[in-house]
Ligand binder design. Structure first.
Ligand SMILES: Nc1ncnc2c1ncn2[C@@H]1O[C@H](COP(=O)(O)OP(=O)(O)OP(=O)(O)O)[C@@H](O)[C@H]1O
Length: 260
């Protein structure tokens, strides 16, 4: 069971900049435990940059990010490592090691961070692969499976250590619509089965409306968040016309918001 009043991530007065170029300023929002939280906005507004701030890959120009009530921004490297160990991360490219089988890829975090025996690791690997529908593919190399299967294998690796939070940058990028839909459904199912909070960047409106429980809209022109809430609610009731317009685009044409 997830405690739906608990907050996993707090973003406080966050300003993100590359030198003098301010990408977004004054971001304030919470991600609650059990949320499927999506970062939304037009191209170049700073979605990936925000995710990288949450992961500690880029430092804030101002403000901070808290993880379960503790400042991640002000934590030491050692404290950050402890927090990160509770996270599962998948990158757009999948990020599997090509020279390793799927089983070896998924074993890696278990070998690094647990005291499990080889037999226990094998059991966890089998279980996680079965959760993502890849039971029986343990011995395959990433190049021997389809793009959709590769994404699912990366997901199995991300959940190897039963994370509290799963982070995704564009989980279904590059997949055909059917594989993309299946991956989104899988993310929602996994959230239920492992009880993790999900934080993702996504352009896929169909899946955003299908699975997301909360979202933040970053605006590329004003360089700040325009709204925050359940994406269906934002689509229908946001007080910001740009947000309603962005979320009401035809799901068949998902390029740029028509906000010029
Ligand atoms: N390492 C970097 N150094 C300098 N500027 C950067 C860097 N990374 C991103 N930017 C700039 O920050 C802005 C936001 O980029 P980001 O990739 O976060 O946007 P995005 O919303 O994820 O875009 P897209 O939807 O097109 O993937 C862009 O103007 C980009 O050029």
């Amino acid at each position: 069971m997830t405690d739906d009043t608990a907050v996993d991530i707090e973003v406080r007065d966050l300003t993100m900049a590359f030198g003098a170029n301010v990408v977004q300023r004054d971001l304030n929002f919470d991600i609650k435990r059990g949320d499927i939280f999506v970062i939304i906005g037009g191209s170049g507004c700073g979605k990936s940059t925000l995710l990288k701030h949450m992961l500690g890959l880029i430092e804030p120009a101002r403000g901070e990010i808290l993880y379960r009530g503790e400042s991640f921004t002000r934590a030491t490297n050692a404290e950050r490592d402890v927090m990160r160990r509770r996270w599962g991360i998948t990158y757009q490219s999948g990020g599997l090691f090509g020279a390793m089988t799927l089983a070896q890829n998924i074993s890696l975090p278990l070998q690094l961070y647990t005291d499990y025996t080889a037999a226990e690791i094998r059991d966890v690997v089998d279980y996680k692969l079965s959760l993502v529908g890849l039971g029986g593919f343990e011995g395959y190399f990433p190049a021997e499976i389809s793009g959709g299967m590769e994404k699912r294998a990366a997901l199995a690796r991300a959940i190897a250590l039963d994370p509290d939070i799963l982070f995704f940058d564009e989980p279904s990028a590059g997949l055909d619509p059917i594989s993309s839909r299946l991956l989104d459904e899988l993310i929602a199912q996994l959230k239920e089965s492992i009880g993790a909070t999900v934080v993702m960047v996504s352009h896929e409106l169909a899946s955003i409306f299908e699975i997301a429980t909360n979202s933040v809209y970053l605006d590329a022109d004003s360089h700040t968040m325009l709204d925050y809430g359940d994406p269906r609610m934002l689509r229908d009731h946001s007080e910001q016309p740009i947000v309603r317009q962005f979320l009401s685009r035809s799901t068949e044409h998902q390029e740029e918001p028509a906000n010029e």
